[in-house]
Write a protein of this length. Sequence first.
Length: 124
Amino acid sequence: MSQDHLVSVNVHDGFLPIFAPIFMEHYGSSSIFVRTLADCFTLRLARVLEKQGKLESPELVARHSTNQAVERLEQWLSTVDGANRTAMQEALGLLPLGSMALLVEKEFGAERFKQWMEWLDESD
């Protein structure tokens, strides 16, 4: 991400408020995918801050989904090269909608991303 696209995030608000409106509309602002992706990014930031001794109130870290959903999405993202970066950039509106789906489907074939969304719905 270039300097032009740096965003300010804190763990108390999390990533959800900075996701691009078009991303939120496309996937649904209250969808388990959007909420869980925001949690994945927020929890990573919280872990970094905690390691640095800068996480003042761990109980106030923003959460919008379940631990099970976060673990599941984190696992899936780790199986596709570049998935975390692509997901972040798409969520922020820096890549076209569907970029994440294309990346996943390139790796695992058609319909895999759709399956992931269905499996996430089951964990909600």
